[in-house]
Design a protein around this ligand. Sequence first.
Ligand SMILES: CC(C)(COP(=O)(O)OP(=O)(O)OC[C@H]1O[C@@H](n2cnc3c(N)ncnc32)[C@H](O)[C@@H]1OP(=O)(O)O)[C@@H](O)C(=O)NCCC(=O)NCCS
Length: 215
Amino acid sequence: MAGGGAEIPWPCAGARCDDDRHERHPRIPRLARGRRPRHRGPDRGPRHLAPPPETAADTAAVRRIHLAAFGRAGEADLVDALRRDPSAWLPGLSYVADAPDGTPAAHALLTRCHIDEVPAVALAPCAVLPAYQQRGAGEAVIRALLEAARAAGERTAIVLGHPPYYPRFGFAPAAPRFGILPPQPWPDEAFMALSLDGSTPPRGTVRYARAFGID
Ligand SMILES: CC(C)(COP(=O)(O)OP(=O)(O)OC[C@H]1O[C@@H](n2cnc3c(N)ncnc32)[C@H](O)[C@@H]1OP(=O)(O)O)[C@@H](O)C(=O)NCCC(=O)NCCS
């Protein structure tokens, strides 16, 4: 893949799209701005990367990451189901970050959702192999993914997740801040939204892809 190189800070040897079904890989952003990941070591300086196409090994590695991170099959099965659903899967918006030794260590995914009838993207699930957690891998892969979504013209992202974690990417409580309501009565602080293009997101109720099983 040509022209996708960019600098990624420790701990990742690179963050890459794990899907070859799109024609043009998004440019991976320079991730050094903002908060610097901790535990940066002399052998773990910035690397350059060229996102390779998805391989069968990537698909298996993504499954391994989710199984290990969550300790159950639900999220790994969900990723596989999303991958099979062309109305949910967004080519180019599934990212893997490799550890310095080349081990695929982190994965994050954006799939199609809607706010009422307006298309948006849902960030879920995100996972890092336990041995690599708390070292910036999750942050690196999510930042790369959100930047790819911006480059692809996506306007609004939503996430249901750990309230202390996602605000670092700019997410804010969706209902009180934007009038974006969850499909189920989830806590305000855990259901968050982010404007990717700086515009005011649409108000309405979120509808996830069918694979999430949320009605
Ligand atoms: C959550 C997860 C993706 C974060 O990735 P990570 O690489 O471990 O985290 P990072 O190194 O990027 O960021 C570390 C920060 O995240 C915070 N964090 C990590 N996991 C957290 C959690 N479960 N709840 C709240 N905060 C968490 C840490 O406290 C730390 O905060 P600080 O920077 O203010 O000190 C990863 O820990 C993971 O896979 N966890 C198990 C699966 C999971 O819970 N997925 C997310 C579902 S919403």
